[in-house]
Design a protein around this ligand. Structure first.
Ligand code: R5P
Length: 271
């Protein structure tokens, strides 16, 4: 691996812990103004100090994140379909690597839709992106199973998706937590991060999922709604960080969540 690729990987996966806290804000690329992401800057800014990397599109990056924030960025570079269109899986590459380099990204992210009508197209998009990424030293995050594909959220399907992404040369894979998750991680020779999926009922659910995923071989999270759709997003991300980077147990992380939440409430009450 060349210096540039290694350097960018170290901006995504912290070399000190071997773990990664990524926060995903890219939902608008097919969902439009997702709940609590209606004004991206308002959602993103408070979380920047606690995210190792942020994942988003170039449009939201340029319009809603200050370059001086020095945020590490994994840029979503696939899209072309929407939630109201005929088929979410009909994606192409939306952003050139030239533009990604201009944005000084740490990596680029692309979805694949294994088992869908557009399986071949999306896998070849990924392979082409890896070809370009290798040329310029830019890691590629392969993103498995969104939309309808999520119905197949079991270890057999997700292991298939992750392994195919790895075989095509992706440097990191993003997938979903599932039962027997270690079957997914052990058969994938590159690092895996988990998405959070739709908002879970309690904070403890999110923290337990994070903990279990790490215990079963994930290197971290690339989570969105379970962080910023919470009423206390900073408290949630700090609790998640404590599991990912400090090996906290869910109960310790939950205690941290509650103490930060209480501090926040006191500050609001004193204003
Ligand atoms: C989906 O394709 C997007 O990449 C999201 O970033 C991803 O689903 C992670 O977000 P969440 O944790 O909200 O599922």
């Amino acid at each position: 691996m060349d210096w540039g690729m290694k350097n960018r990987m170290a901006r995504i996966i912290n070399p000190r812990t071997g773990r990664a806290v990524m926060v995903a804000f890219d939902h608008g690329y097919f969902l439009g103004p997702t709940q609590r992401l209606e004004v991206p800057r308002d959602t993103i800014t408070p979380l920047l100090p606690y995210a190792d990397t942020i994942m988003l599109t170039r449009g939201v990056l340029r319009s809603s994140v200050d370059p001086e924030s020095c945020a590490n960025v994994v840029l979503r570079v696939s899209g072309g379909s929407s939630i109201v269109g005929p088929d979410l899986s009909d994606e192409g590459l939306t952003t050139s690597l030239r533009d990604a380099i201009r944005l000084n990204v740490a990596g680029v992210g692309i979805s694949v839709f294994v088992g869908s009508e557009h399986e071949r197209q999306t896998l070849l998009n990924l392979a082409e992106l890896v070809n370009q990424g290798e040329e310029y030293g830019i890691p590629v995050l392969g993103i498995t199973a969104v939309g309808k594909e999520l119905e197949k959220r079991d270890s057999r399907y997700l292991a298939l998706c992750c392994r195919i992404c790895a075989e095509l040369g992706t440097h990191i894979v993003k997938t979903y937590y599932c039962e027997e998750f270690e079957k997914v991680t052990t058969s994938c020779p590159v690092p895996i991060v988990i998405a959070g999926g739709p908002k879970l009922e309690t904070e403890m659910d999110v923290l337990e999922m994070t903990y279990n995923a790490i215990q079963q071989g994930a290197v971290g999270v690339d989570m969105g709604r379970n962080i910023w759709q919470n009423d206390h997003p900073v408290a949630v991300i700090r609790a998640i960080r404590s599991i990912v980077h400090e090996n906290n147990k869910p109960k310790q992380a939950h205690d941290l969540f509650l103490s930060i939440k209480n501090e926040e409430s006191k500050k609001v009450a004193s204003v």
